[in-house]
Design a protein around this ligand. Structure first.
Ligand SMILES: Cc1cc2nc3c(=O)[nH]c(=O)nc-3n(C[C@H](O)[C@H](O)[C@H](O)COP(=O)(O)OP(=O)(O)OC[C@H]3O[C@@H](n4cnc5c(N)ncnc54)[C@H](O)[C@@H]3O)c2cc1C
Ligand code: SF4
Ligand code: SF4
Length: 374
């Protein structure tokens, strides 16, 4: 393996971007812009590229923090006490928001939106990096500062959003000079929560392992379970939408459980098998090994829970503390299981389902990565 000094964005181009393994998380660009280097930018196609090659310091950090490289994997696993197959976890629940407005727009039980609302209203964070809806399919990253902002961002988009690029943007406007990284870090007062797919959370965690900005601003992470990204336009291209005889504009919400669920404005739900969705997944997603968002403070998804509930995996003491406080303050509620042994059995069942998806995703990734070696 090359030493850290010999690595640069050129290596990301060779090993990740040109091999179609870049997931467009924006991590490399966020580091570069947050530190005022500005050698990189996100191109119109959503992939990172050189903005000004001469400005590149060739320090290799962008390579190390990229979630699609194996760099820092061992450090991450040690830091977060990782265990096969879904990382460290201490509790699992089915839960939902107590706010009807949130429930109405959320993907599942609105736990993400209500947890973030609690964090903002309790002034534990100054903002949350989420992605605002733009039409049915589109999203753009924003820093939510109020319940209203969060409600605008609730629901899921299964297309990639360059969340971390946004983090780099706000940071660079505060501390544009790399020479003052250390000083800047100690002066930072902004505290952010980040909602993200496993690749996005992984990039931030790698930055935190290296103790570099902009990751120091992120004090709490909510990780979404993730099988893959895709766009409704991809579905349309593959004729799924035509065969179903529906119009994209008539889709109210999109969700993934054991099937892709299109919730139509008319109230009906259309179910599409995940194997069909796999056909339109990006190569980067097929090569991705992380389903359960192994390095988040709390991971969430829809699988395993009843309609209208979010499956919540609490991973560490910070996650437990914030979740318990939000529940105590009445922002969220757990699903109640009446029989005395019901909760334990339910916990085992939920954990089993999450592990099963995680293992299936890892096997899929291994096959893809093996095929790239040939
Ligand atoms: C790309 C993707 C794939 C997923 N795959 C699965 C899966 O296979 N199985 C499963 O059980 N769950 C999956 N989920 C998670 C699930 O869809 C819900 O987001 C989760 O259950 C939380 O529901 P909620 O009602 O509590 O969240 P909400 O209260 O609706 O909040 C959702 C939050 O996610 C943010 N968000 C939406 N889209 C994105 C995005 N593309 N990137 C980053 N943040 C985003 C929103 O801004 C919002 O803050 C996936 C989510 C995404 C975005
Ligand atoms: S850090 Fe993210 S955006 Fe940059 S090359 Fe890696 S996967 Fe792509
Ligand atoms: S499958 Fe992996 S690479 Fe694709 S969006 Fe999800 S976490 Fe990112």
């Amino acid at each position: 393996m090359k030493s850290k000094k010999e690595l640069s964005f050129e290596n990301l181009l060779d090993e990740v971007i040109h091999k179609d393994l870049c997931n467009k998380c924006g991590g490399c660009v966020s580091f570069c812009s947050a530190n005022g280097i500005s050698a990189l930018e996100m191109g119109e196609d959503g992939f990172p590229r050189y903005a000004d090659k001469d400005k590149c310091l060739e320090g290799g950090i962008c390579y190390l923090i990229c979630p699609q490289t194996v760099s820092l994997e061992e450090e991450l696993k040690n830091k977060f006490n990782w265990k096969y197959p879904i990382g460290n976890w201490i509790d699992v629940f089915s839960a939902r928001s107590t706010d009807n407005e949130v429930l109405n727009v959320a993907t599942d039980g609105g736990v993400v939106t209500s947890l973030l609302t609690y964090l903002l209203e309790s002034k534990i964070i100054d903002g949350a990096i989420v992605s605002k809806r733009v039409g049915v399919c589109g999203r753009e990253p924003i820093i939510a500062k109020s319940r209203a902002d969060l409600i605008q961002a609730a629901g899921s988009s299964f297309a990639e959003t360059e969340h971390l690029d946004e983090l780099g943007n706000i940071y660079s406007s505060c501390f544009p000079v790399i020479k003052i990284i250390k000083e800047a870090t100690s002066k930072v007062t902004k505290k952010l929560a980040l909602v993200g797919t496993p690749c996005q959370i992984r990039a931030i965690r790698k930055m935190q392992v290296l103790n570099i900005i902009p990751a120091d601003m992120v004090i709490f992470t909510i990780g979404l379970f993730c099988l893959q990204c895709f766009t409704l336009n991809d579905l349309e291209k593959k004729d799924f939408i035509k065969k179903l005889n529906i119009n994209i504009d008539d889709i109210r919400k999109v969700n993934i459980k054991d099937k892709l669920i299109l919730n139509m404005k008319s109230g009906i739900n259309i179910h599409i098998p995940l194997e069909e969705i796999e056909k339109i997944a990006r190569p980067a997603c097929i090569a991705c090994t992380d389903f359960a968002n192994d390095f988040a403070d709390i991971s969430v998804g829809g699988i395993g829970s009843d309609e209208g509930f979010t499956t919540v995996l609490i991973r560490n003491s910070l996650g437990r503390q914030i979740y318990s406080e939000a529940m105590y303050q009445g922002y969220i509620e757990n699903k109640y299981y009446p029989c005395p042994n019901g909760r334990k059995t339910r916990e085992e069942e939920l954990a089993y389902i999450i592990k099963d998806y995680a293992i299936r995703k890892k096997i899929r990734a291994e096959k893809k990565l093996d095929s790239l070696k040939k």
